[in-house]
Write a protein that binds this ligand. Sequence first.
Ligand SMILES: C[S@@+](CC[C@H](N)C(=O)[O-])C[C@H]1O[C@@H](n2cnc3c(N)ncnc32)[C@H](O)[C@@H]1O
Length: 251
Amino acid sequence: MTYAVPYARLIARHYDALNAVLRGGSQDAAFYLALARESGGPVLELGCGTGRILLPIAQEGIPCVGLDASRDMLDVLRSKRPPPSLELVHAAMESFDLGARRFALITIPFRAFSHLLEVPTQLAALACIRRHLAPGGRLALDVFDPKLASLARAEEPEALAVTAATPRGRLERHDRVSRDAARQVLTLRMRFVAEAPEDCGEGELQLRWFHRYELEHLLARAGFTIEALYGGFDRRPWAPGGETVVVARPG
Ligand SMILES: C[S@@+](CC[C@H](N)C(=O)[O-])C[C@H]1O[C@@H](n2cnc3c(N)ncnc32)[C@H](O)[C@@H]1O
């Protein structure tokens, strides 16, 4: 089946190099690894991408499933020769069915949930998650809390967002952002400028922004109780304009 997911071609190819810079100091990988160890597994990551978070968990021998709707992202992960403790599934998080399998922990790191732009899709994903959690199992995810000053800008002109070194030379990503406030959807248009001609081109992603209490109500409506809500991966108290990190369980 083909899923309408834009993490294809250049976005997938450049994902690790750019996010080593953008996400390098975020401690998100350590946060999810700690939860995975606590759970004992098995762990299911939705939107696992290139395995930035999941690969270190699987390398500890914890049984893992990584699910993603982008074949190109999964191909990057496969090229890293994951251990046998990691199984990969090409599927959409709003419609997956892994049969009778149940997980002690289901994670959705680095804003992958924000790619679900509409409430029915978000609820469908949360229903799939509930069905796949083992008794006592937990859901952990993070989204960004929008900065109020940014929300006032419907359009932001293109600007250099990040520079990285790749084996093929220097790579730059230039971003142009537009916001549809009525839908709470941000469109990110990326232009890749690189030394290698095959690395140059464009990509586009859309992200739904969630306000804190909206996310709390959404989870409650889907039958989850929030166990912890943090403002960062070091478990600091929640504050506006940063990360919203949630750990929840059914019930
Ligand atoms: C920002 S990346 C996060 C990747 C990884 N979790 C990490 O932290 O590096 C978002 C991932 O979600 C995937 N994705 C987007 N929409 C999806 C959907 N509806 N179902 C499954 N995966 C999806 C994308 O293909 C991409 O790999």
